[in-house]
Design a protein around this ligand. Structure first.
Ligand code: PRP
Ligand code: URA
Length: 209
């Protein structure tokens, strides 16, 4: 089982504080989600495979390295995961983007998959699943199930706020998936919202409340 990575970088912590503030409006919220995702992407791509190449500088041949292949796929969980895509693509512009649509029933808290569109040859790709919130873990677990069903063997999961309940559930169901979170919060409330959390991530990104 992979140990979850909880980000301790000062820039991430600072931006998370502004993100959590209930007086932060949706324009700034959206920008911050994207910026934090970009900073987290730096850490989550640390182990990408490299290939050695010869590059002709103005002076000589340099033996240097480039990322091997173009196999990375970012998979945002709709809707809120969409807010993280731009930041990820800033660092890895050649990545492909798949989508999984999950909707958590507000009464039962059970997730329902309503959309799944992924690139071909998923068995040869490295996937990073994106969702700002890991609450009960149900949405992430089902989204990763759907991605594995298409043959993918290398999956990471990146969120901004994780609850201990969701972290444990995801680790138990998918122990091979490396989890990255910008913060690990205290608990879930009776509506299965993360406390202290940041509220409803989708509504705050898209201004729907
Ligand atoms: C939110 C969030 C996660 C999910 C987390 O999405 O973006 O996908 O809830 O909860 P869980 O870990 O308990 O499954 P929501 O279903 O509210 O949909 P939205 O992104 O369209 O707002
Ligand atoms: N979904 C959210 O957007 N926020 C939470 O705290 C839990 C689920």
């Amino acid at each position: 089982m992979n140990k979850p990575v909880i980000m301790d970088h000062p820039l991430i912590q600072h931006k998370m504080s502004i993100l959590r503030d209930k007086s932060t409006g949706f324009k700034e919220f959206r920008e911050l989600v994207s910026e934090i995702a970009m900073l987290m992407c730096y850490e989550a791509t640390r182990d990408l495979p490299l290939a050695e190449v010869d590059i002709e500088t103005p002076l000589a041949i340099a033996k240097t390295k480039v990322i091997a292949g173009r196999k990375i796929v970012f998979v945002p969980i709709l809707r809120a995961g969409l807010g993280m895509v731009d930041g990820m693509l800033k660092l890895v512009p050649a990545a492909r983007v798949g989508h999984v649509g999950m909707y958590r029933d507000p009464e039962t808290f059970v997730p329902h998959e309503y959309y799944c569109k992924l690139p071909p040859n998923m068995d040869q790709r490295e996937v990073i699943v994106l969702d700002p919130m890991l609450a009960t873990g149900g949405s992430a677990i089902d989204a990763i199930d759907a991605i594995k069903k298409r043959g993918c063997k290398s999956i990471k999961f990146m969120c901004l706020v994780a609850a201990p309940e969701g972290l444990n559930a995801l680790q138990e169901k998918h122990p091979d998936v490396q989890i990255y979170a910008a913060a690990l919060d205290q608990c879930l409330n009776e509506h299965k919202y993360i406390v202290p959390g940041l509220g409803d991530a989708g509504d705050r990104i898209f201004g729907t409340k």
